[in-house]
Ligand binder design. Structure first.
Ligand code: ATP
Ligand code: MG
Length: 330
């Protein structure tokens, strides 16, 4: 499979008055053609900063961004200029944000905003662009696309606005789509419809998807590969099957256990004790140790490296589940 994205050792720091925030601490990410990769973790763990860094959208300064490798579609884009990045954004890689209301221009019709993608990246006339736009809106399941195209964002429902964003993101059939919590703001039924469109379009056109979410139930339906992030670091990476059937990191296990199940109705929801450390006050050793029931002296002292525990399965833990099983502790 052709590699679409190769990111190595991404570090992003935000200096502030109170100290420095290490938002991302040495993240590697690989995405191949047609693959759907999920990046999961609790709020503040660095998912958005990682994905925006891939599109070089983090303003540095004020942020300090360092990375060893950023290859996209066979090109080294690490040192691309602003103009070069603008040429590939929207055309070869595009992003869908959580909040369509702030991603769309409130004073321009939705149709015109999609038209611009075709005019800018395909060099077609305004009239031709509108025909492409209507087609794109049809593909993402927009009802009455011709008249909806004439609406302003505030005249559409949240689900319809998200479809407009999907139509824009897919307009130029990019190699990579990055969707950052694309459905969090929507009702559950609309969420499922929008995710289905996203998944179907991605599969049909053999595109790659980086899906950012804190919702593991979404992950199980969409992702091929899952990266679990905690406090700026990847703590586990595996195929979706392995993540759900053989999670090795106590944090991954905690996330899975906290997904509400139908059978849970009588019981209290399971949750991971404690909270994510403050980004300026990360603990010594493994960042997860204060919340981990298996933590040992070693966990309090040293940050565990990311180690391979199986085919395409990596975990950052001194005592991964495998060891626990052996010792009869899990
Ligand atoms: N522009 C910024 N200036 C300062 N700190 C920032 C900035 N952007 C992000 N951060 C900090 O970086 C860390 C990672 O943030 P990020 O937005 O990537 O988290 P996230 O995993 O996407 O969370 P969520 O699920 O809430 O969207 C957080 O501690 C956040 O406060
Ligand atoms: Mg985010």
């Amino acid at each position: 499979m052709e590699q679409v994205l190769k990111l190595r050792n991404l570090k992003v720091i935000f200096p502030s008055h109170g100290g420095i925030i290490r938002a991302v601490e040495g993240v590697d990410l690989d995405i191949h053609q047609g693959e759907s990769v999920a990046l999961v973790g609790e709020s503040g763990c660095g998912k958005s900063v990682t994905s925006q860094s891939v599109m070089r959208l983090i303003e540095s300064p004020p942020a300090i961004t360092r990375l060893d490798t950023l290859e996209f579609n066979g090109k080294d884009i690490k040192n691309y200029t602003h103009k070069q990045m603008q040429d590939i954004r929207g055309k070869e890689m595009s992003m869908i944000f959580q909040d369509a209301m702030t991603s769309l221009n409130p004073v321009m019709t939705c149709g015109k905003q999609i038209d611009e993608m075709y005019i800018r990246h395909k060099g077609v006339s305004k009239k031709e662009a509108r025909e492409y736009t209507i087609e794109a809106l049809k593909l993402v399941g927009m009802p009455e696309p011709r008249s909806r195209a004439k609406n302003f964002p505030h005249e559409l429902s949240g689900g319809m606005r998200q479809r407009v964003l999907l139509a824009m993101a897919f307009a130029c059939l990019p190699k990579l789509i990055i969707a950052d919590e694309p459905t969090t703001a929507l009702d559950v039924t609309i969420q499922a419809q929008v995710l289905n469109v996203l998944r179907n379009m991605q599969k049909k056109h053999d595109m790659s998807l980086l899906l950012i979410t804190h919702d593991l139930s979404v992950v199980s339906n969409i992702a091929d590969i899952v990266y679990v992030m905690y406090s700026g670091k990847i703590v586990e990476k595996a195929s979706v099957e392995d993540i759900f059937h053989e999670p090795y990191h106590p944090y991954t296990r905690g996330l899975i256990a906290s997904v509400p199940k139908l059978s849970d109705t009588e019981k209290e929801f399971s949750q991971i004790p404690g909270t994510v450390p403050h980004p300026m006050k990360k603990p010594n050793g493994c960042y997860f140790h204060p919340r981990c029931q298996h933590a040992t002296k070693q966990c309090k002292k040293a940050m565990p490296p990311l180690i391979s525990v199986g085919k395409n399965h990596e975990v950052r833990c001194h005592h991964p589940l495998k060891d626990m099983k052996k010792e009869g502790k899990a």
